[in-house]
Design a protein around this ligand. Structure first.
Ligand code: ATP
Length: 236
């Protein structure tokens, strides 16, 4: 079976700064993959190339079997994306904005999509009747999550999705990720928060300075475990 995401020798430079060094990564269908790493590691850059917001300097990317550059709206419809920096400043209410998204993305059943949007809003605790620009940062983030999940896409690409959410809402979000996996959806999630990766991801890659420095399943990586090494050095 083809992998849902295939990244081969992805290289991205911004002038003299190299954001990604020949990155290789595979995400298998129906799994949750966690990308973790410090600020500036290249997580956002990698995720943006998957949705064709930025273009690689070299290397190849395939998403759901297609090149994101050529997949167009048909491919985008199959993906739910939460950007790392979410800007929601419109005068429209959450409800209006989400129904607009459902329509422009050509949902076959936009009524069902909107029904799901309202169920998600209840679970996450956000009022969709308010103009989005008047919402707090955390509540805007919830609207961002809803627009990614509401059409039940085959693939969810979530860039630091829990930023600004309080712990109870974070828990509800983790539940949504588990449900997505249970329904056969694939999830790629970036985070700074070890515990949320540990609680949801089947596989993890640790990124630092644009390179994968460790990868594997959560258990084998033993993320966050404290290890002490004692060494004795013989001197002459
Ligand atoms: P964070 O956890 O802080 O969001 P990140 O892992 O998502 O970080 P990126 O945002 O992908 O990291 O950044 C990777 C590197 O690329 C950083 O050194 C960053 O400064 C650089 N970078 C990102 N976008 C640009 C840009 N538009 N122009 C120049 N450099 C950039």
């Amino acid at each position: 079976m083809t992998d849902t995401i295939e990244i081969d020798r992805l290289h991205k430079r911004y002038g003299r700064r190299i954001a990604l060094h020949e990155l290789d990564l595979r995400v298998r269908p129906g799994t949750v993959f966690g990308l973790i790493g410090p600020n500036g590691a290249g997580k956002t850059t990698a995720l943006r190339t998957l949705v064709d917001i930025i273009r690689p300097s070299s290397g190849a990317v395939r998403v759901l079997g297609e090149d994101p550059r050529r997949g167009g709206p048909a491919l985008r419809r199959r993906i739910g994306y939460v950007p790392g920096e979410l800007h929601l400043e419109g005068r429209a209410s959450g409800h209006r904005m989400l129904s607009f998204y459902a329509r422009v993305s050509g949902e076959r059943d936009s009524t069902a999509t909107l029904r799901t949007a309202h169920e998600l809003a209840d679970r996450l605790g956000v009022d969709l009747s308010r103009p989005v620009r008047t919402l707090s940062k955390g509540n805007k983030q919830k609207v961002g999550l809803i627009q990614a999940f509401m059409h039940r896409p085959e693939l969810l690409i979530l860039d630091e999705p829990t930023s600004g959410l309080d712990p109870l809402v974070q828990r509800e979000f983790l539940q949504l990720v588990r449900e997505a996996k249970h329904a056969g959806q694939t999830v790629l999630l970036s985070s700074h928060v070890l515990s949320e990766i540990q609680q949801t991801a089947d596989e993890v890659a640790v990124l630092a300075n644009g390179r994968v420095v460790a990868d594997g399943d959560v258990a084998s990586l033993r993320l966050g475990s404290i290890r002490r090494v004692r060494a004795e050095v013989a001197t002459a």
